[in-house]
Design a protein around this ligand. Structure first.
Ligand code: SAH
Ligand code: SF4
Ligand code: F3S
Length: 470
């Protein structure tokens, strides 16, 4: 078994994805078999699932939404907080039960949990019914591992490598909006975070390959791409490129909407802001995780900025990009967080009036420095802080939504509304969710919508007209 060795710097290579050449041989083995795929994590994890789906379908598997019908169950796991892990462990129990008395029921554990040595060890000791453990680095090896497993019935464990595979295929969830990975991994080592351990070092894809992918998506009719990276704006540092240059090249392809997540405040440059303000097709929306408003806690988190530096960047963004919407991530109850530290966080929220925020209680992750820090605050108090924070955050997201009441905004309509089947839903340029009353044939178009109601988490609107190109 090969577990990730974080201390060894590997020479990175990049190679082309070759699975399509192997299709015919593989399809003989997997014809008439069904797969069930469940995704647990962030956008990166969702996008990895699009690659997994593409492999499975190219191999001849068909999708099923019923786990008991499946021949292969793939759990694309997340390890960011304990509750993410709990969900997976719960579902594994169900899979174990289904697997009894069946030899054509394979369980594949993919994603970030597969990259955690402590978890792998416990799996190999306790959960012997898992057939394949595949990490985040080697999804392209899934066909080989499946073929071996179906014929040999052995447990296959992933091998970790820092290679970049170009030309990956994705069975994308949407026909209009697409994730595009531009870099992998994270080098920031925030002291609470498991990602640098599960995703490895920062590795950037080649600029030309990214542009080719965007051009191809545009030709297929995609209207929007979201450039993806754990630290999307650290792109290029390992290959002599820069995020602002890439962003400009992507904007110049002429694709209608360009987005990017997640930006780290430490890597945000004026050059990026200039590019964003120069191109109309780069959306005025930035997700800028704050994590804490206390300098003491920020330092203990290894976030590399102070409260004041964050606020300075925030103000610059508001000044340089008209109508920009800014959302954030905040952790409460980090070890050593006092009431005063928490007040500092509330203070930043009041100053910034974020359009939205994802808030979390600190969850210790085995192997990270913060898991070893002394933590005296009782859980009950952390829960109270979270509640107080959420009340404030919701107040401001509601306030920012109210500002749109009566205005006409552009919405990319993506599908039927989950809330009300007679409506459709989509997103504004500032990434606000709108449920729209209007004809179904506006799905897949950018249209003008008049906002008729505003809540904390969504807007309601009426279709006005199709976007007229300038
Ligand atoms: N790369 C992104 C996202 C990382 S994970 C970034 O740097 O912002 C998404 C969010 O999960 C983080 O921003 C953080 O707020 C939260 N998070 C990460 N580790 C956590 C932990 N151990 N406990 C609680 N929240 C955590
Ligand atoms: Fe985790 Fe920090 Fe990297 Fe984000 S920047 S993925 S929070 S280590
Ligand atoms: Fe989870 Fe891995 Fe994403 S830990 S948040 S799936 S990078």
């Amino acid at each position: 078994m090969h577990l990730p060795d974080l201390n060894v710097a590997k020479d990175r290579t990049s190679k082309e994805n070759v699975y399509l050449d192997l299709n015919e041989n593989y399809q003989k083995v997997f014809k008439d078999k069904k797969y069930f795929l469940r995704t647990y994590g962030c956008q990166m994890n969702v996008h990895d699932s699009e690659a997994i789906r593409s492999y499975l379908e190219a191999l001849g598997f068909t999708n099923t939404e019923k786990v008991e019908e499946a021949n292969v169950v793939v759990l694309n796991t997340c390890a960011i907080r304990e509750n993410a892990r709990d969900k997976v462990v719960g579902f594994l129990g169900k899979c174990h039960y289904l697997k009894k008395n069946r030899d054509d029921f394979k369980i594949v554990l993919a994603g970030c949990m597969s990259e955690q040595p402590d978890f792998i060890e416990s799996i190999l000791a306790k959960h012997k019914y898992i057939d394949i453990v595949i990490g985040t680095h080697n999804i392209h090896e899934l066909p080989k591992l499946l073929l071996e497993n179906f014929s040999k019935q052995t447990i296959e464990v992933y091998s970790n490598s820092d290679e970049i595979i170009e030309g990956m295929h994705y069975e994308r969830d949407s026909k209009y909006t697409a994730w595009v990975n531009i870099m992998y991994g994270c080098d920031k080592f925030c002291t609470y975070c498991i990602v640098p351990y599960t995703r490895g070092r920062e590795r950037s894809r080649k600029l030309e390959s990214i542009i080719k992918e965007v051009e191809e998506l545009k030709d297929k009719g995609y209207l929007e791409v979201t450039l993806l990276g754990q630290n999307v704006n650290a792109y290029g540092q390992d290959i002599g490129e820069s995020f602002s240059h890439l962003l400009e090249c992507v904007a110049k392809t002429g694709i209608k909407r360009v987005r990017f997540v997640t930006s780290h405040p430490w890597n945000f440059t004026d050059g990026m802001l200039e590019v964003i303000s120069k191109y109309d097709n780069i959306m005025p929306y930035i997700h800028l995780p704050l994590q804490s408003g206390s300098d003491k806690i920020l330092k203990r988190m290894n976030r590399r900025y102070t409260k004041e530096e964050y606020l300075t960047l925030f103000r610059k963004m508001k000044k340089m990009i008209p109508n920009v919407a800014i959302t954030t991530d905040i952790i409460v109850g980090f070890p050593g967080e006092t009431k005063e530290d928490f007040e500092d966080t509330l203070d930043v929220v009041k100053t910034c009036e974020f359009d939205g925020a994802y808030t979390f209680i600190f969850s210790p992750r085995v192997g990270t420095p913060a898991a070893l820090m002394e933590d005296k605050t009782p859980l009950k108090e952390k829960e109270e802080r979270l509640q107080e924070l959420n009340t404030l955050v919701n107040y401001y997201s509601n306030k920012s939504n109210q500002k749109l009441l009566g205005k006409t905004v552009e919405v990319l309509v993506l599908g039927d509304s989950e809330k009300d089947e007679s409506k459709v839903y989509g997103y504004t340029d500032t990434m606000k969710l709108v449920n729209v009353s209007g004809p179904k044939d506006i799905i897949g178009k950018i249209v003008s919508v008049k906002i008729t109601d505003a809540k904390s988490f969504s807007l309601d609107g009426e279709y006005v007209k199709e976007k007229i190109e300038a």
